[in-house]
Design a protein around this ligand. Sequence first.
Ligand SMILES: [Fe+2]
Length: 257
Amino acid sequence: MVQVLADATLQEIKDHLEVIVDSGRGTTFQGSESVVRQLSEPGDLCSLIGQIISDDDALAEIAALSYYHANNFLKLVLLAGDKNPWKLRLHMWHPQPDASGIIAEDIHSHRWDFTTALVVGEYFAQEYRIGPGEEYYHFKYLPIGQGKAFSLEAQGKEQLTSVFEAVLPAGTVYHINHEVLHCISRSAGKAAASLVLQQPAVEEFTNVYRTSPVGEQAKTEIEVQRPSVDQLRDELKHFLTWIDCSGPLRNTAPSPA
Ligand SMILES: [Fe+2]
């Protein structure tokens, strides 16, 4: 795997991921772990991000598919499949110097299986299943697609039981099936980032469980903000300051941010 991806061009990485997804290996931890682990190594990641920063067409494509989530959480689609609708995403959580304590996501499922490498920082991961426990407001979460907003539709209340919790440090690689209910929490003042290989969607919506209702309406539209190309370039340069790009030289090593 190292030989396959070291110094690979964006197109070569994309072709390699297409083969893995097409073979069905991406739906298991065993089949996808090595490629996600390799791409998340600093040398490979610096090369991948460096190539994107110097490619205006790639930047424009990525900016159109990426968006800021709540709490300074940036979801970037670095590469997307042509034959199969997989995505290689980079998630960046910016430290929030004015905030303290822990920021927790809502509990949610996904529309696709995915394999994640935590590349910067650490976070607290929890998983749940439906069963006797704390009561939550249940919502149907419809995806953003090419548009500007996602929506939450109220579904009543549900009780959830916690079945797993762990602090995951940088270097952790794990796989989650789309049905798993999970949430992650992190320190507000610290940066974190993960690289995610997302498989083609197998569901049309996800389930979200909140400790409070969103509002009075049964359906709530929530707009997101997409980064401009300049913003995206700056975000990626900033990301490179979070990882160590001083290792074995790649022929496409980026200049310092
Ligand atoms: Fe998630």
